[in-house]
Design a protein around this ligand. Sequence first.
Ligand code: SF4
Length: 305
Amino acid sequence: MTLPPNCGGLGRIRHFYKGSGGEGWPATPLPIVPALSSLGREQSDSLTAEVFQNAGCNWRCWYCFVPFELLDGREAHGEWVNAGELVDRYIAEPDATRPAMIVLSGGQPDLCPEWVPWTMEALRARNLEGKVYLWSDDNLSTDYFWTYLTEEQRILVATFKGYGRVACFKGFDNESFAFNTGAAPKLFDQQFDLFARLLATGVDLYAYVTLTGPSVHNIDDRVARFVDRLQSVHPNLPLRTAPLRVVTFGVVGERLRGPLVRIRDDAERATEEVQVRAIAAWMRELEARFDGEARATPIDRVTIR
Ligand code: SF4
């Protein structure tokens, strides 16, 4: 963190940069492009956001930048507040430093699926719908969106002005998914089902993918099959998908020297050789499947309905 926490200790300012992947990586347009577009502002290479995180996740990705003890839902690491209070704390921040975007992150925000519609209701009640861009993460692991929200809440999420949601594919096949998350390999298949269901609701939906895995065996073909699977959801979905570069820093390095030392060698190979070859394969697949004009389309204008 380069700035101290705000909003009474529950918020932080995150700086998003399009060039965060570094050399050899495509630009990371999320959430900058859809946010600025929605807010009617000029495009930029960076953007700040007010980030709130729920302190729980059902997975334990080895590369997670959140310390694992903050994913356990321990009350000692958080505070019980409702969505309206979070929005009020955001509004109370000084105008000069308050970003125009709120990010609901985690952890896995969808473990409490009401968080998104309740935040929307709070923004709407304060006449901020469309004036503040709302963005939320989803690790594509639960169906709580359908099992715990009412139809009215689902419609609100799909139609709220100035909302985008990003869902993260945690690998490019069952093996890389299981290596990355520690979850059962078959849950990788479920990620596609959940993405398709979310897409059908009409929500403005985007995807991330992390291209790490334990082995480079047949990597070109495995990445090609991953792109096939994205296209089985919608032919244009690869153009709404942003690869995220995994880097070993801070808490990730500590974890690989400590509790996850048994996978340290695999993790090093995953972030170096595997990821480097996978992103090269990803870019070749996109060049082969889409012309230059399609690849240059701003991500929020790529049609996937
Ligand atoms: S799904 Fe996200 S929050 Fe959960 S462990 Fe993985 S990276 Fe961390």
